[in-house]
Design a protein around this ligand. Structure first.
Ligand SMILES: *Cc1c(COP(=O)(O)O)cnc(C)c1O
Length: 381
């Protein structure tokens, strides 16, 4: 699948066709709701601009980013899209929003006041979203504040273009917090007739108890993350991370491997040293140590010739050691796959003691990034 010159140290391949397919799957699943795309954190590490162009060509019209600087990057490639800034209105930044033609998501009385005053000053009812906190205690008006705002003259000063809330645990479908949030958000929504409403993230789109309303806001699932952990992943994998084998060596039983010698060869082993390390976003917490093994810890693996080979010893900044004893045909210069194929981002995250979201957004910037074009897939339809 990947077209990789053999001598690159490491390469990240991003399949924009899979990204677009995932967006279509989510759009179909969101049924009558419009399907937006969340492109914060450089489109979860895959690259904001290529992701935006591919999704725009597929028909995506509404986007969410976290920072105003990300909104500026996105506006430079998408001239007509609706763009929301999730992290809200920082003091003094209001003029930047109409300059870029983007919308803040207002989540506190202070932000509402500042936006309202700015609109009065400019003589325009500028669009903004209203964020309601239904359980996260992070951003947003309380449900009571949101209900009271309806009869506040402040609301007439700007255009409430969207009312939204964010789910705390949508990936845990049995968590009762989902139903509580749905009930609270339904009350808010009723108080804002005619204003589009948005509640679902990736997992929310698949949660039977979460109404789709008018706009879905998936991020993780677009990039191949599993929106229903524990069930088969309905999304296509979007990225493949590969690294080259720099050296092969034999070690005898009892030899120690890597910094501080934390892994001991249990017998004669053949090891491969890969040209990729934690500086590339391959987390050191995926290291395999004797202590971790005693505690039954699942740690990093890479695929060599399609077979899983465990990471051994501590992952270093630029290098990672694999036990390739079970792949006798492996040769210097061969590639190992760290993410991709049977190793999806969720699995890689679990093996590093974290979530796939952190793996994606921590992907390094040192290696070559290759984009497989979305167009052939789009034309084939
Ligand atoms: C990041 C984010 C999303 C996307 O969530 P995923 O779980 O990645 O689908 C949606 N809404 C808000 C408010 C977010 O911060």
């Amino acid at each position: 699948m990947t077209i990789t010159p053999a001598h690159d140290a490491a390469a990240l391949t991003i399949d924009l066709g899979a990204l677009v397919d995932n967006w279509r799957t989510l759009r179909d699943r969101a049924a009558t709701a419009e399907c937006a795309a969340v492109l914060k954190a450089d489109a979860y590490g895959i690259g904001l601009e290529p992701a935006a162009r591919a999704l725009d060509a597929a028909g995506c019209r509404t986007y969410f980013v976290a920072h105003l600087s990300e909104a500026a990057r996105l506006r430079a490639v998408l001239l007509d899209a609706v763009i929301y800034v999730l992290n809200g209105l920082l003091p003094g930044t209001a003029p930047r929003f109409p300059d870029l033609g983007v919308r803040p998501i207002l989540g506190s009385r202070a932000e509402l006041d500042e936006w309202g005053a700015f609109c009065v000053l400019t003589g325009q009812r500028l669009p903004a979203a209203i964020h309601v906190d239904t359980g996260m205690n992070r951003l947003g008006l309380s449900v009571e504040e949101a209900l009271a705002l309806v009869s506040d003259p402040l609301l007439a000063r700007f255009e409430p273009a969207l009312v939204m809330s964010h789910l705390v645990a949508a990936e845990e479908s049995n968590d009762p917090v989902n139903a509580r949030q749905a009930v609270d958000f339904a009350r808010v929504r009723e108080a804002y007739p005619g204003v589009p409403a948005s509640l679902a993230n990736s997992s929310g789109i698949f949660h039977p108890g979460i109404p789709g309303y008018d706009l879905a806001r998936p991020g993780y699932a677009l990039y191949g993350g599993n929106p229903r952990p524990g069930s088969a992943n309905p999304m296509r994998p979007v990225l493949t991370l590969e690294a080259s084998i720099v050296q092969l060596r034999e070690v005898g039983a009892g030899e120690r491997v890597g910094y501080n010698g934390r892994w001991t060869a249990p017998g004669p082993r053949r090891l491969a040293t890969l040209s990729l390390g934690y500086a590339d976003g391959y987390l050191r917490s995926a290291s395999t140590t004797d202590e971790g093994l005693e505690n039954g810890l699942k740690t990093g693996v890479a695929l060599v010739a399609g077979r899983p080979c465990p990471v051994v010893g501590r992952i270093s900044m630029d290098l990672t050691i694999l036990d390739v004893t079970d792949v006798p045909e492996v040769a210097r210069g061969d590639r190992a796959t760290l993410i991709g194929g049977a190793l999806d981002v969720d699995e890689v995250g679990r093996r590093a003691g974290t979530i796939g979201y952190e793996i994606l957004t921590g992907l390094g910037s040192r290696y070559e990034r290759r984009y497989l074009d979305a167009r052939p897939t789009a034309l084939a339809r």
